[in-house]
Design a binder for this molecule. Structure first.
Ligand code: NAD
Ligand code: LMR
Length: 352
């Protein structure tokens, strides 16, 4: 039964080997910001996932309504909504194995993700504090932008409470790979579900670096430039199209649900589960099998392909070969990324 489920995964995560896990493990998943544009469809997809047995939905407003609605879906998991009053976030988070954080303000046309920093940094900091207290061993999946900075902020909060485990902190960059795969399939008339373009770096503009050459593709001239621009600024395409009503929500919900599903598969015993994610680079404890990536250049967080296991990150893959053109993109990425990371770390140290 479990093997059949795995092969039918709609999310297209990389699967290299078979597994022998059951789908019967008790797994509580919490969504913080569950009543929002991402939170609602993400919660819906998690309700449809048989690996999730308990769904805990928190928002500053509206989560009990979303929970009541979703709870009528005829899958086995239980669903409960939480607000700041009453049992609140502590009960929502207690016992959670996975915590997804889409809470925060989205962009409007003309804004960069960094323009969200002032509002979202404190939202993520406070939610990270609550998670560090209530479920210090959970996998924390940060969706709120700017991801390049909100992930280091989360790390510093967990460090300040003495419970930081870099193997369990993930900046969700899945949407970049989803887009890169979809867009190349449109150019090459291939099946997007079988494309898996490596995208490294971070999650904003020039820090998003697709490595098409690793999938055996070569684009030239205007076609290449348009492809790169579309992957790097795919988020802007949606922000423009929504005309002030927010940013990507539905595709992001799918991407977040795919990442959560991959973590659950790995936790339940499947090996060879590989996903892109933005996390800490470099060996941080003796048992941490890792690639140092660009740590020696001061870039301490970086998105790359990561193998997941029962303890979170099992192995961070090296970035691998790239063309001279891609190397140029990466050089630009590293500069921006370094300053995004430093900004998050500096802010949280001054505003803990
Ligand atoms: P939204 O405004 O529709 O929803 C955000 C939700 O967060 C709201 O329901 C709000 O009430 C809630 N919220 C605000 N402060 C909170 C707090 N302190 N505790 C709990 N809930 C709180 O926004 P959205 O479209 O869902 O986007 C959410 C975030 O995700 C944005 O920052 C956006 O930029 C980001 N995003 C990231 C990616 C990615 O690839 N990582 C993709 C799309 C969007
Ligand atoms: C995206 O990539 O769609 C998100 O980061 C939202 C945004 O602001 O573009």
């Amino acid at each position: 039964f479990a093997a059949r489920q795995a092969s039918q995964s709609v999310f297209g995560a990389v699967q290299r080997r078979t597994f022998s896990a059951t789908a019967s493990n008790a797994t509580k998943v919490a969504v913080l910001g569950a009543a929002g544009g991402i939170g609602q469809p993400l919660s819906l997809l998690l309700k449809l996932n048989p690996r999730v047995t308990e769904l805990a939905l928190y928002d500053i407003k509206g989560a009990p309504g979303v929970a009541a609605d979703i709870s009528h879906i005829n899958t086995k998991s239980t669903v409960k909504g939480y607000e700041p009053s009453g049992a609140g976030i502590k009960e929502c988070l207690t016992g959670a194995e996975i915590v997804l954080i889409p809470a925060g303000v989205p962009r409007k046309p003309g804004m960069t993700r960094d323009d969200l920093f002032n509002t979202n940094a404190s939202i993520v900091r406070d939610l990270a504090k609550a998670a560090a207290d209530a479920c210090p061993e959970a996998n924390i999946l940060v969706i709120a932008n700017p991801v390049n900075s909100t992930v280091p902020i989360t790390a510093e909060v967990f460090k300040s409470k003495g419970v930081y485990n870099p193997k369990r902190l993930f900046g969700v960059t899945t949407l970049d790979v989803v887009r890169a795969s979809r867009f190349i399939s449109q150019l090459k008339s291939t099946d997007p579900a079988t494309e898996n373009i490596t995208v490294v770096g971070g999650h904003s503009g020039a820090t998003i670096v697709p490595l098409l050459s690793q999938a055996g593709y070569t684009l030239e001239g205007a076609e290449r430039d348009e492809y790169i621009k579309r992957v790097q600024f795919g988020g802007d395409e949606v922000v423009q199209a929504k005309g002030g009503a927010g940013s990507a929500t539905l595709s992001m919900a799918m991407a977040g649900a795919r990442f959560a599903e991959s973590l659950l598969k790995a936790a339940q015993g499947q090996s060879g589960v590989v996903e892109p994610t933005y996390g800490q680079s470099g060996v941080v404890e003796p048992t941490y099998v890792d690639s140092p990536l660009y740590k020696d250049q001061g870039v301490t967080y970086f998105a790359s392909q990561v193998e997941l296991g029962p303890n979170g990150v099992e192995k961070i893959h090296p970035v691998g070969d790239m063309s001279e053109f891609e190397q140029g993109l990466l050089d630009v990425c590293l500069k921006d990324l370094k300053s995004n990371i430093e900004k998050g770390e500096k802010w949280v140290k001054e505003n803990m």
